[in-house]
Design a protein. Structure first.
Length: 341
C-alpha cells in the first residue's frame, strides 16, 4: 500500500479516451492535457512514424505513395496493434515531460461491446507503450460519471455516447450496466454517407476531411429554422477536373438519414429491453447525450420525437467520457466497482 501511494505521488497517472476519431488524455493534477486526432502518418519504406495526431490528420487523402496516413482504431477497437502502441507511446511522452521516475498508471475507456481479445489488445498496447498498470472502464459508464449522474443509486440512468466509430447506448444503475448495446454506426459513418451522397448526386469525389467539415457546419437531424449552406470541393468524376458545389442542410440531412435512424433505433431497442422500473426512472430523469455526435443539430429533438424521452446534452460532450474516466482515477475508492478488468 505504501509503495502504491509512493508510485502515485512520483508518477503522473493518466486517464485516456482512446477513440476512433480522437484520443484525449486527462491528468488528475492538470485536467485534460491532450486532445488529438487518432491518426498516424507512416513512411511505407521502413514503417517509421512521420507525424501523429493533428499534423497527421492533415495528411489524410494528400499523401504521396511513400507516405501512408492511417487511423489505427476502427469501430472503437484496435485495428493495427503496432501503430496504436506507437501512437499511445507518442501521446504519453508528449504529456509526461522531463525525467520519468515511475511509469504512469492508466485508466482507459473502451466500447461496451468490446470482446476479451479486444480488451487484451488495449491493455497490451498501453503496457508496451510505457504504462505501469492499466484498468478499463466502459464508455457509457465513464460518460455517466463525467456528467455527474447518480450512478451509485438504485435508479435508471440512460446514456447515449456517440463517438467516431461507435454509438454506445446503456442503462446504468447501482454502479453497473443493466443493459448496453454498442452500434458500430457513429461519426465516421455519417462522414462516409456524406461522401457517398455527394458522389451519387453531384458526380463529385470529396475527401474525408471535407465531408467531416460539411457535417460539422450544416448537418442536422431535423429541418432547421434557418437553412444553412456549405461549399465542398473535390474531383469531378466525369472529367477528373476540380469542381465545387454548394451543399444545403437538406442535402446533408438526406445523406445521413439512414445512420441517424439506426442510432435512434438503438435507443428505442434499449427501452424495449430494459426492466419497467428502470424505464420509469429514465422517463423521469431523461437521457444523457454525450460524444461528438451529440453536437449534431436537432438530434436531441429527433430522439424526443421518436422515444418521448427528455434529452439532456452534456455541457462539453466531446470531453464527457475522458472527464469521467479521469474522475474514476482520482477517486478510485468511490468508483472501484466500475472497472471491467
Amino acid at each position: 500500500m505504501f509503495f502504491s501511494k509512493l508510485f502515485g505521488f512520483l508518477g503522473k497517472n493518466l486517464a485516456m479516451d482512446l477513440g476512433t476519431a480522437n484520443t484525449l488524455l486527462y491528468s488528475p493534477k492538470d485536467g485534460i492535457v491532450l486532445n488529438e486526432p487518432s491518426v498516424v502518418a507512416l513512411d511505407v519504406r521502413n514503417d517509421s512514424i512521420l507525424a501523429v495526431g493533428r499534423e497527421a490528420k492533415e495528411y489524410l487523402g494528400r499523401t504521396p505513395d511513400r507516405i501512408r496516413a492511417v487511423r489505427p482504431l476502427k469501430d472503437g477497437v484496435i485495428a493495427d496493434f503496432e501503430v496504436t502502441k506507437a501512437m499511445i507511446s507518442y501521446f504519453v511522452r508528449k504529456v509526461i515531460t522531463g525525467m520519468r521516475i515511475v511509469k504512469p498508471r492508466m485508466v482507459i475507456c473502451v466500447p461496451a461491446g468490446i470482446t476479451q481479445v479486444e480488451k487484451r489488445a488495449v491493455v497490451e498496447s498501453a503496457l508496451q507503450a510505457g504504462a505501469r498498470e492499466v484498468k478499463l472502464i466502459e464508455e457509457p459508464m465513464a460518460a455517466a460519471i463525467g456528467a455527474g449522474l447518480p450512478i451509485h443509486e438504485p435508479r435508471g440512468n440512460m446514456v447515449v455516447d456517440i463517438g467516431g466509430g461507435t454509438t454506445e447506448v446503456a442503462v446504468i444503475s447501482l454502479s453497473a450496466v443493466a443493459y448496453s448495446e454498442s452500434v458500430r454506426i457513429a461519426g465516421d459513418e455519417l462522414n462516409d454517407a456524406i461522401q457517398r451522397y455527394v458522389q451519387d448526386e453531384f458526380q463529385l469525389l470529396i475527401g474525408e476531411n471535407m465531408a467531416e467539415a460539411a457535417k460539422i457546419q450544416i448537418a442536422s437531424a431535423v429541418p432547421l429554422a434557418e437553412p444553412l449552406q456549405y461549399r465542398v470541393a473535390g474531383k469531378n468524376l466525369v472529367d477528373g477536373n476540380p469542381k465545387s458545389v454548394v451543399l444545403t442542410d437538406s442535402h446533408v440531412r438526406e445523406a445521413i438519414r439512414e445512420p441517424v435512424a439506426a442510432i435512434v433505433a438503438a435507443v428505442r431497442r434499449a427501452l424495449e429491453k430494459t426492466p419497467p422500473e428502470l424505464v420509469a426512472d429514465i422517463a423521469t430523469n431523461g437521457l444523457l447525450l454525450a460524444g461528438g455526435g451529440a453536437l449534431l443539430k436537432g438530434l436531441d429533438k429527433l430522439i424526443t420525437q421518436q422515444s418521448a424521452l427528455m434529452v439532456h446534452i452534456d455541457d462539453d460532450p466531446l470531453t464527457t467520457v475522458v472527464r469521467g474516466t479521469g474522475r474514476s482515477l482520482e477517486d478510485e475508492a468511490t468508483f472501484s466497482k466500475v472497472y471491467i478488468n
